[in-house]
Design a protein around this ligand. Structure first.
Ligand code: UD1
Ligand code: CA
Length: 459
């Protein structure tokens, strides 16, 4: 039956024993997202009518991890093989559609390859194969002397002659649902493993004179499944290398492409430079000529053109304007907004702070729940005391204020435009504009002849 309707069935019920973890295998993270999320993203890109995920081990935890996705969940409480898994999905298959089978632990699955497979699946069974130097463990593609596919034989069931075949089943295949539903009802578990093999549908198709095509993938990683932490680490590197190469092709300077981690999306303008050991999480956008020095962790941030992020800076949910200088050792926490030409220096923590053009907070400060005006200078060791133990309050520092070092601003408090706060002050009330305000111990005392304590001798 000719149809453009597509169902995608993702098999994800396996336990993943070799991960040695209580977390279901498909929830382990690759590039900051569950392995299964990568497979679901590929499925979505194919625009199917339905995505069906067969889950089992780990049960509801897997479902809950994708609570907001439009997915039909099918529980395979006991895992009796890939055929048994697809049987559980059968009641949800659309009669007039084709189905693409994906594996929940093959995260680098390629969208274009899937499209090609689906295009071949009208009226026939299309299988993605791969030529593996060491095919141990995989199902082998059995062909006639003229090259026609006749069956898939699992490694454990294969003869020595069959085991010498290098063309293996990747597990990814596509077919019309009408046939699939009929084949599923005919599967048996008469094999070494006592499982219902999905791969037995190949022989069933051949028996019915339905053509079977097996196309070989040229990209091993896109068909590689994750079974162990070592596989996961390897695929993570492959993924990261691909991202790094894409960035290099776009003209981004990476001091070492092997020391970059992108766990989300990183969009870069022109002449961007990224030094070693930086981690980008969530959605990060870097404008033209942005420079990120070594050892920065940057999550959900927009950094405008010409800004420099110096080493060991941590940025989370922050927008930064043009030509700013941030760090080294700065920490920008959520809801921070920095206008152009601001300077945030070492050991400065900002949280929910808006800082306007040209202002500087250069050393050892905490500024939280604060609105800072233009051209303000906040001296070393300034603390906005925003929290009374129960509630948070706002500090407002207007344009051109100068805050002396080691000042505490007890919120709620407003420092008027052009005001100067003397060093060492604890400010509890609003400070007027254009005046000097200070609040220190009344007198400076000197005790003459005072001696520093000396270490007592032990007798
Ligand atoms: C399967 C294929 C084999 C192929 C190999 C590729 C069968 C019988 N064999 O091998 O030809 O070379 O994949 O990796 O299909 N799963 C379930 N429920 C189950 C069993 C498996 O959901 O009852 C899922 C697993 O979570 C996994 C996928 O199916 O995502 C493949 O299962 P796995 O056990 O890794 O593959 P094999 O059956 O060994
Ligand atoms: Ca003090």
């Amino acid at each position: 039956m000719e149809t453009n309707h597509l169902n995608v069935v993702i098999l994800a019920a396996g336990k993943g024993t070799r991960m040695h973890s209580n977390t279901p295998k498909v929830l382990h993270e690759l590039a900051g997202k569950p392995i299964l999320a990568h497979v679901i993203a590929c499925a979505k890109a194919l625009n199917p009518q339905k995505i069906i995920v067969v889950y089992g081990f780990g049960g509801e935890i897997v479902r809950e991890a994708f609570a907001h996705a439009a997915i039909t969940w099918v529980n395979q409480a006991e895992q009796h093989g890939t055929g048994h898994a697809v049987q559980q999905a059968a009641p949800h298959l659309d009669a007039d559609a084709n189905t693409l089978i994906l594996l929940g632990d093959v995260p680098l699955v390629n969208v274009e390859v899937c499209k090609n497979l689906i295009a071949q699946a009208t009226n026939q069974l299309a299988i993605l194969s791969f030529n593996k130097a060491d095919p141990t463990g995989y199902g082998r593609i059995i062909r006639t002397s003229t090259g026609n596919v006749v069956s898939i034989v699992e490694h454990k069931d294969a003869t020595e002659v069959q085991r010498a075949i290098n063309e293996v089943n990747t597990g990814i295949m596509a077919m019309p649902n009408q046939q699939l539903i009929s084949w599923l009802s005919q599967l048996t578990n008469n094999n070494v493993q006592g499982e219902y093999y999905l791969t037995d549908i190949v022989a069933l198709a051949v028996r019915q004179n339905i053509a079977v095509v097996a196309e070989s993938s040229t990209d091993e990683w896109s068909v590689t499944g994750i079974n162990s932490k070592s596989d996961l680490a390897q695929i993570e590197r492959v993924y990261q290398t691909r991202i790094a190469n894409k960035l290099l092709q776009q003209g981004v300077t990476l001091k070492d492409p092997a020391r970059l981690d992108v766990r989300g999306s990183l969009v870069c303008g022109r002449e961007v430079e990224i030094d070693v050991n930086c981690v980008f999480e969530g959605d990060v956008t870097l404008g033209d000529k942005v420079k990120i020095a070594a050892n920065c962790v940057i999550k959900n941030a927009v950094i405008a053109a010409g800004t420099q992020i110096l080493p060991f800076t941590h940025i989370d949910d922050t927008k930064i304007g043009e030509n700013c200088r941030i760090g080294p050792y700065a920490r920008l926490r959520p809801s921070t907004r920095l206008a152009a030409e601001t300077h945030i220096g070492n050991f400065v923590e900002l949280k929910n702070a808006q800082v306007d053009i040209g202002s500087k907070i250069n050393h050892l400060s905490y500024v939280g729940d604060t609105v800072v005006g233009k051209n303000v200078n906040i001296g070393a060791g300034t603390i906005t005391c925003n929290y009374d133990g129960a509630n948070k309050f706002t500090t407002v520092i207007e344009d051109e204020v100068f805050i002396g070092s080691d000042t505490q601003l007890i919120a709620p408090v407003t420092i008027g435009k052009g005001a100067t706060i003397a060093a060492g002050s604890t400010i509890t009330r609003d400070a007027p504009a254009d005046a000097l305000t200070f609040c220190r111990a009344k007198e400076q005392k000197t005790i003459k002849g005072w001696k520093r304590p000396v270490k007592q001798k032990k007798d």
